[in-house]
Ligand binder design. Structure first.
Ligand code: AMP
Length: 231
C-alpha cells in the first residue's frame, strides 16, 4: 500500500504521547521519506560533545526549548545533507519563528496534526514502559473508551516475558519523567504552543488532522490515506 510516487515534504505535530515518533518511523518506510527528529539530533550532538551539544545540554536537561537559531541552523544543515527529496519533520517546528524559517527554506506539502484527549494521554503515558538497555517502548495501559464520538482502542503492548525486553532481554522500566505532574505540564506547554502554530499553518500550507485513537498500524494507515491527495 506504499506511496512511492512523489516524495512528500511533511511535518508532524501533536501532544506528548500522541505517537509522533512511532508514526514518523512508520511513515518513513511507507512513504519513502527521511524521518528527521530534532530531539534525536540534539541528543546525538550532546553525546558527541560537539559545539551545538555543549550549548543545548542545559535546555534538554530542564525540558526548556532550545533557542530557535540553534535548531533552525541544525535543521537547515540536515535538509541539505539528506539524499532524499522527501522528509517528515518530527518535533520541529515548535514555534512560529521556526515555522517561518522552515517555509522560507522549503515548500511543505502538508502538516499532520495528531489529536488525542488529555485524559487518554495521561493514562497512556502513565502506562508507558521502556527498556533501559535498548530504549524499546512498551505500554501496560489498556484503553477502550468512547469520548466525544471518538472510539479509543489502545490495547496494552507488553513484553512476552514479565518486564524483560523482547529485543534485548533488558529490564523494562518506568521513565522517571512520566509522572502525572510532569505529563500535565508537558500537555499544558503543548496547548499553549499549538494554537499559533495551527493558525500559521492553516494560512500557509495544507494541514490534515488525524485522531490518534488506535494501534500504530491503523493510525498510520489513516494518515497515509489523508495524504494521498497530495501525491
Ligand atoms: P523531543 O525528543 O522532541 O521531545 O525533544 C526533546 C527536547 O529537545 C525538548 O524538550 C527540547 O529541549 C529540545 N527540542 C527538540 N526539538 C526542538 C525544537 N524544535 N525547538 C526547540 N527545542 C527543541
Amino acid at each position: 500500500m506504499g506511496l512511492q510516487v512523489i516524495p512528500l515534504k511533511l511535518a508532524i505535530f501533536g501532544p506528548p504521547g500522541s505517537g509522533k515518533g512511532t508514526y514518523s518511523s512508520r511513515l518513513e518506510r511507507e512513504l519513502n521519506v527521511e524521518h528527521i527528529s530534532t530531539g534525536k539530533l540534539l541528543r546525538e550532538s550532546i553525546e558527541r560533545k560537539d559545539e551545538t551539544g555543549k550549548r543545548v545540554k542545559g535546555y534538554l536537561e530542564s525540558g526548556e526549548l532550545v533557542p530557535d537559531s540553534i535548531v533552525n541552523n541544525m535543521v537547515k544543515r540536515k535538509l541539505k545533507e539528506i539524499d532524499m527529496d522527501g522528509f517528515i519533520l518530527d518535533g520541529y517546528p515548535r514555534t512560529v519563528d521556526q515555522a517561518e524559517f522552515l517555509l522560507d527554506l522549503v515548500d511543505l506539502d502538508a502538516v499532520v496534526f495528531l489529536k488525542i484527549h488529555e485524559e487518554i494521554i495521561v493514562k497512556k503515558l502513565l502506562g508507558r514502559r521502556v527498556c533501559e538497555k535498548c530504549g524499546k517502548n512498551y505500554n501496560i495501559s489498556d484503553i477502550h473508551k468512547e469520548k466525544d464520538g471518538v472510539g479509543y482502542e489502545l490495547p496494552p503492548l507488553t513484553p512476552d516475558k514479565d518486564m524483560e525486553c523482547d529485543s534485548c532481554g533488558g529490564d523494562v522500566i518506568e521513565r522517571h519523567d512520566d509522572t502525572e505532574r510532569t505529563i500535565r505540564k508537558r500537555i499544558q506547554d503543548y496547548n499553549e504552543r499549538k494554537k499559533p502554530l495551527k493558525d500559521f499553518f492553516d494560512n500557509r500550507t495544507e494541514t490534515v488532522e488525524v485522531w490518534s485513537d488506535s494501534i500504530p498500524s491503523v493510525v498510520t494507515e489513516k494518515i497515509v490515506e489523508k495524504l494521498r491527495k497530495f501525491h
